[in-house]
Design a protein around this ligand. Structure first.
Ligand code: EPU
Length: 302
């Protein structure tokens, strides 16, 4: 979608919004898949409600894109613009055992920054790509931990009310790769409370997780991490592997040879091909195991 209304562009600029026309979202996502649209960079949190009102008045659909590491975006010209939160100097501020983190901060960088202040607990998240906001929304987790356990407060834009609000961690439900945030809530900042641990000990934990990840996941290929959630008590990756589907391809979308729940873009894959591969694998698992796999990756169709 292109914003062609000059009056609107001027008003957006006045709110500190930077407009980048015709951006390829394939370049903004870890899968390397996605069509083209205008990108709006919001440089000031406090203007978000006003920006949202302006877009609604002008019937411009939008999506917030974080790190782009867990999303599969449609091909071609997209019917909505993408919004990005301020990311020039995303901050992490430490006060005792609390870390105050901007949603656009890099997750791995945040884990390391906290570790240097002798705050641990999030070692498992090292190597999980993406932003803190994305991790929070999805309740990212690995190696027995999940970020939700450490959330004490979240500042978010509540689209339903058109307001910025701060809510307590106890008001949010964190389940396996799912939270009680509304789909159109936008994470802005989070307060984490982390256990004290000596830096060296955290570093040792980080090394172990890094090693496990390197040996089992295709880290140097374009992917969105795991495509499916694990079903209760089971493993999507193991089932897909048992079906002999590693290496199975639709166009340039392929089930990873290394981890069967990672689907990789081995060249110039389209979203359509990735969706065909997802549907094919889901159907094979359903007919062999009687289990309906649920997407872990977020799909933005056009
Ligand atoms: N397995 C296979 N073949 C495969 C892949 C896995 O047999 O191709 C087996 C493994 O040998 C193991 C079991 O399946 O016995 C589970 O595999 P793994 O330990 O790799 O964990 P996972 O359940 O596949 C989950 C998360 C990952 C996270 C790891 C490590 C989900 C959907 N995935 O994977 O998160 O990194 O545990 O904690 O919950 C993600 O969310 O995108 C993600 C990658």
């Amino acid at each position: 979608m292109r914003i062609s209304n000059n009056a609107l562009v001027t008003r957006l600029k006045g709110l500190g919004v930077e407009l980048r026309p015709g951006v390829s979202l394939a370049e903004k996502t870890s899968l390397g898949i996605g069509g083209t649209t205008d990108q709006l960079l919001l440089h000031r949190y406090e203007t978000i409600p006003e920006v949202m009102r302006l877009l609604a008045e002008n019937q411009i659909q939008h999506r917030f894109l974080g790190g782009g590491t867990n999303v599969l975006i449609g091909d071609g010209e997209l019917p909505w613009v993408v919004l990005h939160l301020p990311s020039a100097h995303p901050g992490v501020r430490i006060e005792g055992n609390a870390a105050f983190v901007d949603a656009s901060a890099d997750l791995g960088g945040t884990v390391t920054f906290c570790a240097k202040h002798d705050l641990g607990g999030m070692e498992g998240l090292i190597g999980v790509p993406g932003s803190v906001g994305g991790a929070l929304r999805m309740n990212a987790g690995a190696y027995g931990m999940q970020i939700g356990s450490y959330v004490r407060e979240t500042e978010l834009y509540r689209a339903a009310k058109g307001e910025v609000e701060t809510i307590r961690g106890t008001e949010i439900r964190f389940d396996y790769r799912h939270t009680s945030f509304a789909p159109d809530d936008v994470m802005l900042r989070v307060k984490l409370e982390l256990p004290s641990k000596p830096y060296k000990e955290i570093l040792a934990g980080i090394r172990v997780c890094n090693e496990k990840r390197r040996s089992s996941q295709p880290l140097n290929q374009k992917s969105a991490g795991c495509i499916f959630k694990n079903p209760a008590g089971g493993s999507a990756g193991r089932m897909i592997d048992e079906l002999g589907l590693k290496g199975h391809r639709v166009g340039d979308s392929m089930v990873s040879e290394r981890h069967a729940n990672f689907f990789v873009n081995v060249g110039n894959s389209s979203c359509a091909d990735m969706l065909k591969l997802i549907d094919y694998v889901r159907e094979r698992v359903r007919s062999s195991y009687g289990i309906e796999l649920e997407n872990e990756v977020i799909v933005w169709r056009n």
